[in-house]
Design a protein around this ligand. Sequence first.
Ligand code: C2O
Length: 552
Amino acid sequence: VVCCVLGQVGNFSISQLCLPARTITAVNGQLPGPTIEAREGDTVVVHLVNESPYHMTIHWHGIFQRGTPWSDGPAMVTQCPVKPGANYTYRFNVTDQEGTLWWHAHISFLRATVYGALVIRPRGGAEAYPFTKPHGEETVILGEWWNANVYDLQQLVFLTGDTTKAPHADAYTINGKPGDFYNCSNANQTYRFQVQSNETYLLRIINAALNTPMFFKVANHSFTVIGTDAAYTTPYETDVVVVFPGQTVDALMVAGATVGRYYMAVSPYDSAIPQGPPFSMTTGTAIVEYVGSAEETPQLPPRPEYTDTDTAFRFLSNLTALVLPGKPTVPLSVDTRMFVTVGLGVSDCQPKQLLCNTSGTTRPVFSSSMNNASFVLPEAVSMLQAHYANASAGVYTRDFLDQPPVTFDYTADASDNATLQYTTKSTKVKTLRYNETVEMVLQNTRLIAKESHPMHLHGFNFFVLAQGFGNYDQATATPQFNLVNPQERNTVAVPTGGWAVIRFVANNPGMWFMHCHFDAHLDLGLAMVFEVQDGPTAETSVPPPPLDLPQC
Ligand code: C2O
């Protein structure tokens, strides 16, 4: 089965927040871009026509890309960018997962406006859901709106190594719109969702924001979560959904309130920096409208404080997998154990960075890292091309550490200890044998700031065995491992000042990016790549690149 979508990444003009219309890069002139709807087992073929002035790639976030590593999309990891005026065809199978995923640009900060939903229904369609078929379904994409040109913003942040140049977005959005609660917004900048009294709706909630974890609520309504990251969960009742950038949540909502109008609204969760600008609670609203309701002013739901780590952790750590026959279960034995710090720091600037030698001396710049390595993308050739050609020399090295180079108190504020902060800029990979089982402890550090990082792995889902606060301690953590029905994710929010333990099986040969899904952190090096070696057969080896693979 071929499910076809034409992705034309061009520029169009849009006016938000009552400012004059400006030009943004978007797919098919839509914000969000078109939803791709597929059934499990389908082959998806997308022709990307790049009519924007920027280099472009698209990533199919959460798709395994088994046998199609050339279609994964991160710029310089699996492909060179598609140049302005050029084309590339992405081709992949949608197998072994059902639910909600999404797609987005994977270059610069362009995913701020180049994104859309990717919905995977069972082979038997909605009739085959492992829960009662809802009356309706709705995609709810949470995002950020930036008044600035995001491409220029990324250059500024990268070249200066200064994330304060892009501290926060100008508004939050639901399905591309800021909502009518903002003092100068209006009805056509508000997304409306119509419901019939007492019917049940499946909300497919995606966080496409560059840098903001979000709480999501609907006044007078609650949810039953049935899936995350296109993996079914044990039904979980809650009145608030927590979704980090990169994650998705599928939740059932019954329209069981009095006929009327109700706000759905997001609010930021940010454990590090108070997101206190005036917009934070006045944008990111939409309206749930019962059929037959009057044009009354909707009620706002009470929203958690941005510091409400308890609510975020309760939601994220209580989810468990719905164990279905034939689904992969958590591997009980482990081949490789890794302990990896994730966090912020400073490093010597790269030659291109503007702060170098401002006063004749080399100044350190803000950076982020995994095990003290600040990841840098290669420039001449993509890592997958180098891997396939057996020509890694000068492109990447295989010395990503399984342990941090220094052990310290990860939860202490060690900002004044330069030896702990300095990171090396490099392109390091961790090489895995085909089918090897990996356990990773992801430990947040508190250098510069204590915060929760959403760590995303390309090419795989992983099981989240346990998570907690403080320094990871194997003796006390191991008994807490869920080895029965751990949640399956492609993006885990490592708790602020804490840790998470994940496991996955390296059954997918190729080069797979792992990184923080805050774009500001990704660009400053909070990333690494797994190089998964070929298996014994042609089917378990990286295939030759497609003929239209862009060259750098
Ligand atoms: Cu959704 Cu590498 O990203």
